[in-house]
Write a protein that binds this ligand. Structure first.
Ligand code: TXE
Length: 433
């Protein structure tokens, strides 16, 4: 914290905006130059397939590239006021920002959070997840080699209940970004509230894929499968609920069952469709949802297979498509954070909206229909921070503002919008007669 404050008051804070951007661009290039190494570290640390880890390294570099263009374009305004006055607004950095990062996409979430915070002129203290911190330690080294002044970016490892809470409670923190579970997000926000420190919370979701009878199923099926299988379902924006208009319910489930049957799960370096889950407790959590579904006699429509190369003691779970899931069940309402898709039919547009909005979350939704009017009506009616029409972006889109409603959290990251959260607007009123 002392190092970050010194950088904010000194070498980093005093750099011209254009120079700040150049340093961020140099970091982006360094991440790209080391993309294979970083992907390998991430795959080994998180268990994710190499192709996902490579995509994560590329996305991390892209965040710094995107935000490298921002420091010299982030400006205030002049406001027409009473004659004899000039009113200006300035966008000022907040100071030292704290970032608590989860283990599912360490590099991507680091890039989206730190890229914006640094571009806005802040210095950062980052607490990675105890389950997966290695890629961020390596990127911190690269940042130092790329010309970020000492203290600008600090990565401090440790347990959530020790290092995480210490960061949330620290009196020197001027803004906190947290991505993780709703329960921990509540704790962090409560600590921050004691000092009126602003927080951005991203707390996961229960993304609905809403498929109308006129949808192009050929286009929808691979996207629907990927949106729940990507990163073994450990994705806040996973499309984990499938709502299908009744006339095409059987047809779509039959086709999806085949697609699920072809999925393979195995060690990260085998680069199959899914790797293992992050840790034993997450495997237990996912198995708990599947056991409840089996107890409630919910039919499994399709299931992938665990490859023979996967060690028996590993945290592997076969991708599973469960059908006829009652909207009130745990499986339909709670975040599983595993490759489990819960399908249910709907009767008409109003019913689809009711089901889509029937959880406490509101992060990302997908709508599949060729009807233009319905596309816009659904986009308005669904309570989600991002609505994709005839496509779905689980985790994608550096340029696209991202964040939730309700238990999914508040505040927006990604895109230019994120810079507003990492700055304070100051209004200057001059009376000159
Ligand atoms: O999360 P935690 P967990 C959801 C997902 C998952 C569940 C549990 O449903 O199954 O959360 O995962 C730090 N003070 N998401 O237990 O505990 C911790 O060190 C301050 C959704 O791993 O929220 C880590 O860095 N910090 C999600 C981070 O919080 C604390 C991503 C996340 O851990 C802390 C991950 C404390 N007291 C899980 N306790 C998403 N939105 O993408 C822990 N931490």
């Amino acid at each position: 914290m002392r190092a970050a404050r010194a950088a904010f008051d000194g070498a980093w804070g005093k750099l011209a905006p254009v120079e700040k951007g150049r340093r961020l661009m140099a970091l982006s290039r360094a991440i790209l130059d080391h993309a294979d190494e970083l992907a390998w570290i991430e795959a080994r640390d998180c268990g994710k397939p190499m192709k996902q880890a490579r995509a994560d390294a590329a996305a991390c570099a892209r965040y710094f590239e995107f935000y490298a263009g921002a420091p010299d374009k982030l400006h205030g305004d002049t406001i027409p006021y009473t004659p004899g006055y000039t009113v200006l607004t300035w966008r000022e950095p907040l100071g030292v920002t704290g970032h608590i990062i989860p283990w599912n996409y360490p590099m991507q979430i680091f890039g989206r959070s730190i890229g914006g915070a640094l571009a806005a002129g802040n210095a950062c203290v980052v607490k990675p997840a105890e389950d997966a911190c290695l890629s961020l330690l390596r990127i911190a080294e690269l940042a130092s080699e790329s010309g970020l002044p000492d203290g600008t970016l600090n990565v401090v490892t440790g347990l959530g209940r020790e290092a995480g809470i210490a960061l949330a409670q620290h009196p020197g923190i001027d803004h906190l970004s947290f991505t993780g579970s709703p329960a921990t997000g509540t704790l962090v926000a409560q600590e921050a509230a004691k000092r009126h420190c602003p927080v951005t919370l991203e707390l996961g979701g229960k993304g609905p894929q809403i498929v109308f009878a006129d949808a192009d199923l050929d286009a929808a099926i691979p996207v629907i499968v990927n949106a729940i299988v990507q990163n073994a379902g450990q994705t806040c924006s996973a499309g984990s609920r499938l709502l299908v208009e009744r006339p095409r319910y059987e047809e779509l489930l039959e086709r999806l069952a085949k697609a699920f049957g072809a999925l393979r799960v195995g060690p990260a370096l085998d680069d199959l469709d899914c790797g293992p889950l992050i840790r034993a407790s997450q495997l237990e959590r996912v198995r708990g949802f599947l056991a409840d579904a089996s107890r409630d006699k919910l039919p499994v429509a399709g299931q992938g297979a665990i490859a023979a190369t996967a060690p028996a003691s590993g945290y592997y779970v076969a991708p599973t498509l469960v059908r006829d899931v009652p909207p009130s069940s745990r499986l339909a309402r709670e975040e599983v954070f595993g490759p489990v898709l819960a399908a249910m039919p709907f009767d008409d547009e109003a019913h689809a909206v009711k089901l889509a909005n029937g959880t406490d979350f509101g992060l990302v939704a997908g709508v599949w229909t060729r009807d233009g009017g319905r596309q816009l009506r659904m986009a308005r009616a669904v309570r989600a921070g991002q609505v994709f029409i005839n496509n779905y972006g689980a985790g994608g889109g550096v340029e696209l503002p991202f964040g939730g409603f309700g238990h999914s959290g508040h505040g927006r990251e990604k895109g230019f919008e994120a810079l507003h959260g990492f700055t304070a607007l100051k209004t200057v009123v001059l009376q000159h007669g």
